[in-house]
Design a protein around this ligand. Structure first.
Ligand SMILES: NC(=O)c1ccc[n+]([C@@H]2O[C@H](COP(=O)([O-])OP(=O)(O)OC[C@H]3O[C@@H](n4cnc5c(N)ncnc54)[C@H](OP(=O)(O)O)[C@@H]3O)[C@@H](O)[C@H]2O)c1
Length: 332
């Protein structure tokens, strides 16, 4: 991947590989973990030209940042771009709602720096907007962290256009992270993507593989470990599973025409939406990582994109992307 052209995190000027690496599943949410294989994935990502790593305080909690911290001892600091996130309140290590108060921002940042073993975080996201704390106060606290050299740039996750605009008035926002993929396209219609473009904010699509579903690797619910969080996700519910398999089948057909794998097609589609798109597919296996990085060699034409739109215009995903409780926390 020596010749890949890097993309930029908004006006921060920070250069990142066009595909980042979502590290969440290495410690959290998606069933059993294997630290040795995770290390191989992290190393291989660098070998393949990647530099952009995504984690969060909540992944574990803490365990994912600790894992990344152990890995980061091996690599020169300037060769990697580390993004992490704050915004939840914890009681005895358990998540208890959101908290983006300035005090919690400062507490979380110190914790993340220590677990990652870093002097500074490249991109620090608010994970979920806190309805009880004006965004101006949160960004004000982040601005102070920028001035103190503890973070290089500021990001938001799952914020709506109004919140993005208010935040950007206090300090430039480098990146907005939201779910975006062939089966989750609400950010196209609700003004999030256009607001980011207007304000020069990079868009970081998370779950670009539809949490693995669009790759076709999940054909039945028993393919998921009983501990897997996806078993609680409405799109993976028994009642809609069969209907949603049609979407994975459609990706498979489109990919076959393009001589690539379904995962590569799903990622190439996101990458083709604009140079401001920096998807962060997640994996804990080297073979999937290598497959995903192959997406950078897949160029979709206007005709491919049109055909994809037509196919997915007819197929509707069944089920919300989160439970009702978790849906109240997005786009606010
Ligand atoms: N801001 C937020 O609120 C938020 C929310 C969710 C995620 N994220 C971030 O976004 C990252 C990516 O999202 P995600 O992990 O939820 O979803 P994803 O990238 O859409 O899918 C990950 C799943 O796909 C599987 N997979 C990956 N590559 C594959 C391939 N080539 N073939 C077959 N299966 C493949 C992985 O399996 P294995 O696990 O077995 O490798 C994993 O189960 C996360 O790691 C996290 O850093 C952010």
């Amino acid at each position: 991947m020596a010749s890949i052209s890097f993309r930029t995190l908004g006006s921060s000027g920070i250069k990142v590989s066009p595909l980042g690496l979502g590290c969440m599943g290495m410690s959290f949410a998606y069933g059993p973990v294997d630290e040795a294989e995770s290390f191989r994935v992290l190393r291989r990502f660098i070998e393949l030209g990647g530099n952009f790593f995504d984690t969060a305080e909540i992944y574990g909690p803490y365990a994912n940042e600790e894992l990344l911290g152990r890995f980061l001892r091996e690599v020169p600091r300037e060769s990697v771009v580390i993004a992490t996130k704050f915004g939840f309140k914890f009681v005895n290590g358990e998540r208890r709602g959101v908290d983006s108060s300035p005090e919690n921002v400062r507490r979380a940042c110190e914790g993340s720096l220590s677990r990652l073993g870093l002097d500074y975080i490249d991109l620090y996201y608010q994970h979920r907007v806190d309805p009880n704390v004006p965004i101006e106060e949160t960004i004000g606290a982040l601005k102070e962290l920028v001035a103190a050299g503890k973070i290089r740039s500021i990001g938001l996750s799952e914020a709506n256009p109004e919140t993005i605009r208010r935040a950007a008035k206090v300090h430039p926002v480098a990146a907005l992270q939201s779910e975006y993929s062939l089966w989750t396209r609400d950010v196209e219609a609700n003004g999030v993507v256009s607001t980011c473009r207007e304000l020069g904010i990079a868009f970081v699509p998370y779950s670009p593989l539809g949490r693995g579903f669009l790759t076709g690797a999940i054909q039945k619910l028993s393919d998921l470990d009983p501990s897997d969080w996806r078993l609680t996700n409405p799109r993976f519910a028994q009642e809609v599973f069969e209907a949603n398999l049609k979407l994975a089948e459609a990706v498979k057909k489109l990919a076959a025409k393009k001589n690539c794998t379904p995962a590569q097609y799903a990622l190439a589609w996101v990458l083709a939406q604009g140079n401001d798109m920096i998807p962060i597919p997640g994996t804990k296996r080297v073979k999937y990582l290598e497959d995903n990085m192959g997406a950078l060699a897949v160029q979709l034409t206007e005709i491919d994109l049109q055909e994809t739109n037509e196919t997915f215009g007819e197929l509707k995903v069944a089920g919300e992307r989160y439970t009702p409780e978790m849906m109240t926390m997005v786009h606010r």
